[in-house]
Design a protein. Sequence first.
Length: 161
Amino acid sequence: MSDLNTVQLFGRVVQNAQLKNTANGLKVAVFTIATNRSFKNSDGSFTKQGEFFPLAIYGSYAEKMFPHLTKGQKVIVEGFLKREKWEKAGEKRSTISIGVRALHLIWDSKKAGSSENQASPQGDISSGTENFDTDSFDLTAEELSEMYADENEDSAEEAIF
């Protein structure tokens, strides 16, 4: 039986994503999302607390999604926890990030008709050589395997947020 390493988040992109290259040439789109958590205080009142999560998308999926990961964009993320390890100035370092398996863009119907968003989201997404579903960018197991096949720990420093 395999171990379970799954993360699901719903939130908003904090700032525009950055597209980087790892040492072996793999494309990585890095971005952070903010989520809200609500809980009851000891006095019985409810408080909202924001949480921020660093994420990374790898390979051709990173290039396809990068233009759509802009500040304020609502997203649902399905991914996995990944420990990034590297050495800097002789000191070993590590952090935990979230690798993205699937990303669902949530289009705000109020913004869709505004002057900020002249082009329709569907037009932006399907303008490439492949035809995408406008609400979701799910990958097959074969596509995921291909994307992560080139990944190695030597590239961790460049993939850090």
